[in-house]
Design a protein around this ligand. Structure first.
Ligand SMILES: Cc1ncc(COP(=O)(O)O)c(C=O)c1O
Length: 413
């Protein structure tokens, strides 16, 4: 048996190295991606991956959990401190699993849930028909205002009164404006529904006070740790003390088996990093970069949904450019710019095709990019979209993007 991955499995090693150089040489505007600190990766690849520990600290189904109990307790305490929450569960493997656990905690199959529809910016797990959330529960989605692209709270209230859901979900994958969790809580509680705040995208902003927190308003909060929070791929859930037991049972035995202790250790590191002043500065820069990039795109004639952003992302409506979101994502990748195709509100195109693209700045801000760099990125994007099917022009832009990216290492702190 060889010592290193490189000597034991050179083909796989080469692929991983290829991915490293792809990440280094491309402008990554995917709003849900980020680059983690080396200390997060160190915890992630530790011996903790060996340990089975079904249950919770102090009450495990397996022996030998003394050390991992400390790890999970640490992660839980830091998570509670970071979000000023009374109870945290740090075991959910990913955002979808955190949502599933919450549903298992407080809902029965067949109950009605009310989340933002996928097309208008919600997530699959908020009640979409192809997902467990739309198959096991009745879904009564809300949209956004067709003129402004903003959440219409009066309409949410009207729908809540009409459908009497057992749970309302506030949170989105593609929404660039501040979410009024307090207002959502009032609506939910007026119809005796639970409010789940899914802060998967904005967790870093919430942790640093740059987006109002749902804690204290929502009954349950879920989040990923790998987007703006800049931690390992994973998730967590928060609740009031009254719902703590139900939440924990929703995770295990409700929906998961053994926890990933290596990931939980990496979450503990991520929570600690997020409490440092530098992380606050980082989140501020993420927002100012998103606002600058949105302005720079608007100046070049692009239509930004809602006219701008309050957070780390925004959506561009490409109908005026006469190109679909899917086609734009493909040609931008040829130019070294990685984005996700995204529905625009009331999108006439199919969800796979889309009329928009979503831009986010968490990853490029981690690499140390600032306001001037956002103008450079806007210029590259505009050039690539105008180049269209001109492969030679796209290859020339790719070379310039390569040179530009060379100046920025993957993680700057
Ligand atoms: C709002 C929201 N919730 C949940 C999730 C699911 O997270 P995961 O991909 O980790 O399952 C996402 C992922 O994009 C999301 O945007």
């Amino acid at each position: 048996m060889s010592d290193t991955l490189q000597s034991f499995d050179p083909t796989l090693y080469e692929i991983i190295e290829g991915e490293r150089s792809r990440q280094l040489s491309t402008i990554n505007l995917i709003a849900s991606e980020n680059y983690v600190s080396p200390v997060v990766r160190e915890a992630m690849s530790s011996v903790l991956t060996h340990k089975y520990a079904e249950g919770y600290p102090g009450k495990r189904y397996y022996a030998g959990c003394s050390e991992v109990d400390k790890v999970e307790s640490m992660a839980r305490d830091r998570c509670k401190k970071l979000f000023n929450a009374e109870h945290a569960n740090v075991q959910p493997h990913a955002g979808s699993q955190a949502n599933m656990a919450v549903y298992a905690a407080v809902l029965e199959p067949g109950d009605t849930i009310m989340g933002m529809s996928l097309r208008e910016g919600g997530h699959l797990t908020h009640g979409h028909g192809v997902n467990f959330s739309g198959r096991f529960f009745k879904s009564a989605p809300y949209a956004v205002d067709p003129d402004t692209g903003l959440i219409d709270y009066q309409e949410v209230e009207r729908l809540a009164n009409q459908h009497r859901p057992k749970m309302i979900i506030a949170g989105a994958s593609a929404y660039s404006r501040t979410i009024d969790f307090e207002r959502f809580a009032k609506i939910a509680h007026s119809v005796d529904a639970f409010l789940l705040a899914d802060i998967a995208h904005i967790a870093g902003l919430v942790a640093t006070g740059l987006h109002p927190t749902p804690v204290g308003h929502a009954d349950l909060v879920t989040s990923t740790t790998h987007k703006t929070l800049r931690g390992p791929r994973g998730a967590f859930a928060l609740s009031s003390p009254e719902l703590a037991q139900a939440l924990d049972r929703g995770v295990i035995p409700g929906t998961q088996g053994g926890p990933f202790l290596h990931a939980i250790a990496a979450k503990a590191v991520c929570f600690e990093l997020a409490m440092q002043p530098k992380f606050h500065t980082y989140q501020k820069n993420v927002i100012s970069n998103a606002q600058e990039l949105s302005r720079a795109m608007t100046e070049r004639g692009y239509n930004v949904v809602t006219g701008g952003t309050d957070n780390h992302m925004f959506i561009i409506d490409l109908r005026a450019q006469d190109i679909t979101g899917r086609a734009a994502a493909i040609l931008l990748e040829k130019a070294g710019i990685v984005v996700s195709a995204s529905c625009i509100p009331f999108d006439p195109a199919k969800p796979w095709i889309t009329s928009g693209i979503r831009f986010g700045t968490p990853a490029m801000t981690t690499r140390g990019m600032g306001l001037q760099d956002m103008h450079k990125i806007a210029e590259f994007v505009d050039q690539a979209i105008k180049a269209g099917k001109d492969e030679a022009a796209l290859a020339t832009i790719k070379k310039a993007v390569d040179l530009f990216c060379n100046k920025f290492p993957l993680f700057v702190y």
